[in-house]
Design a protein around this ligand. Structure first.
Ligand code: NAD
Length: 507
């Protein structure tokens, strides 16, 4: 297809559209058709964006704007996300292949409420707190002030570009920072639109910039840039380690949301009338390309065969197809690379002796000849030490492993280098809560999954990350705490200077 007929998108730097000599092609994951081109930014563009962000920050045009005004602008941005939901869905799904149903409820539907939460935080966050002090050694007034860190960089993946971007942009703006965002090269469209909307609603030029470019070039430059104060990243654990290393050169603040291998315990008393669909929902939503998915299902040995049979029966009804059709349950995976990566994991699982109770490769049919497809896959005869049970597959792939006792289930769930999410299916709420307390993960869902709420913290134990996004403390990651001490003693003999100079000044 000729590139003449498709739209070209530029970057957004210093309040302006900025083009680059080279371009990326964005192809539909469902059809492989060219849908648009994007400016391919370079290190120079990253530097220009950081310079603009720094200038805006130092000018005080946003960083010293009264918090009520920042909040009002952010609320208007949230409204626009609601008003332009359909356009955002189209921009997001043409590049990442999410079904329109998922994008409405999740990928883009969450944008407005999440932005609204941060708009409210801009007003309600405790930017200043007076601490009562004793009059010893001297009488003083002490204040803790939370100030914006300065210039933030956000490096965002392709699975939920808009929402995962807003988890960084929202608190950064609420606290008064400037930000440079680097979306994944495959999926920058919804974030580019978000930056334009923000500018139109009154976020000053330079405060919110988008640079599109390769991770290893533009992303790495932002993570190591001497004038970036904080870097926030969501993506693979391997690149997360690299971001940490790059940021260490100038001791930047770092927050990382990385991989997961969510362990789920189906207790013997689980109500299968909803837990079976729940386990599939937890693992296979958006073709399993979610870091917080529940991908290892541990089932009591007495219930194992029944649960596997029901999982296969229900997963067989998941309808793959055109993601723009509201009746489609599951779309493609994001790229040929991602599909091949998943197929590689499935080959290895087979070689390791696992059995495919369902799926195990690409679906068959003429409609799947183009695009990047993986059929819902359920794997049995698998142990927790196999690669398929240890590494993040990022596909619609569920491993089902039997356990003997609750202690055994806890051991299996916690035997992972990851600790992002875990879950329990049970009708005994007390037992489920006791079990939840023993699972080493940042979020534990009991009898549900994917319940991400902007007012509740999200992040990982172990190698799933550093720091927390969302929740009442989200702005802590985007502010520095400053202690200001105002001494009220006002008399030499009451001040502790005699620790150094024992005789006061003669009168
Ligand atoms: P990735 O970690 O390579 O990419 C995430 C982001 O990091 C993208 O914006 C990318 O451009 C950028 N990036 C890549 N290399 C970089 C570097 N050297 N310096 C700075 N930034 C860099 O993820 P991927 O390759 O797209 O996917 C691979 C696997 O990662 C997936 O199969 C999945 O297991 C995992 N993943 C996890 C998440 C998540 O939400 N935690 C998201 C996407 C991918």
């Amino acid at each position: 297809m000729s590139t003449v007929s498709v739209k070209h998108h530029q970057m957004f730097i210093d309040g302006k559209d900025v083009d680059a000599p080279q371009a990326f092609e964005i192809r539909s994951p469902a059809t492989e058709e060219l849908v648009c081109t994007i400016a391919k930014g370079s290190v120079e563009h990253a530097d220009a964006a950081v310079e603009s962000a720094r200038r805006a920050f130092e000018s005080g045009v946003w960083s010293r704007k009264p918090k009520e005004e920042r909040a009002a602008i952010m609320k208007r941005i949230a409204d626009r996300f609601g008003e332009e939901l359909e356009e955002l869905i189209e921009l997001e799904t043409m590049a990442n292949g999410a079904t329109v149903r998922q994008a409405t409820g999740f990928h883009c539907g969450l944008a407005a409420p999440h932005m609204l939460y941060f708009a409210e935080q801009a007003e309600s966050y405790e930017f200043e707190r007076a601490i009562p002090t004793k009059a010893y050694p001297t009488h003083s007034v002490n204040t803790i002030i939370r100030e914006p860190v300065g210039v933030c960089a956000a490096i965002v993946p392709w699975n939920f570009p808009l929402v995962l971007g807003l988890w960084k942009i929202g608190p950064a703006l609420a606290a008064g920072n400037s930000i440079v965002v680097k979306p994944d090269e495959k999926t920058p469209l919804s974030l580019l639109r978000a930056a334009q909307i923000a500018y139109e609603e009154g976020v000053p030029a330079g405060v919110f910039n988008i640079v599109t470019g390769d991770g290893a070039e533009v992303g790495a430059r932002l993570a190591s840039h001497p004038d970036v104060d904080k870097v926030a990243f969501t993506g693979s654990t391997a690149i997360g380690r690299e971001i940490m290393r790059l940021a260490s050169g100038t001791v930047k603040k770092v927050s990382l949301e990385l991989g997961g291998k969510g362990g789920v315990v189906m207790m013997p008393d689980a109500d299968l009338s909803y837990s079976i669909d729940g386990a599939l929902f937890g693992c296979m939503l958006y073709s399993g390309q979610i870091c917080e998915s529940g991908t290892r299902l541990f089932v009591h040995k007495d219930k194992y065969d029944e649960v596997v049979a029901k999982l296969v029966e229900r997963a067989s009804t998941i309808k793959l197809g055109d993601p723009t059709d509201y009746d489609t349950d599951m779309g493609p995976v994001v790229s040929a690379r991602q599909r091949d990566r998943i197929l590689g994991y499935l080959d290895q699982a087979k070689a390791d002796g696992a059995t495919f109770a369902l799926g195990g490769g690409a679906p068959e049919g003429p409609e799947f000849e183009k695009g990047y497809w993986i059929a819902p896959t359920i794997i049995t005869n698998v142990t927790n030490d196999m690669q398929i049970a240890r590494e993040e597959i990022f596909g619609p792939v569920l491993v089902v492993i039997p356990y003997d006792s609750i202690d055994h289930a806890v051991e299996l769930v916690n035997d992972s280098e990851y600790g992002l999410t875990a879950g329990v299916w049970s009708t005994d709420y007390e037992a489920a809560s006791e079990l939840a307390a023993r699972l080493r993960a940042g979020t534990v869902w009991i009898n549900n999954w994917h319940m991400v709420d902007p007012s509740l913290p999200f992040g990982g134990y172990k190698q799933s990350g550093v720091g927390r996004e969302l929740g009442p403390d989200a702005l802590n990651e985007y502010t520095e705490a400053k202690h200001v001490h105002l001494d009220l003693a006002g008399r030499h003999d009451r001040l502790p200077f005699d620790l150094l100079i024992s005789t006061p000044l003669p009168e």
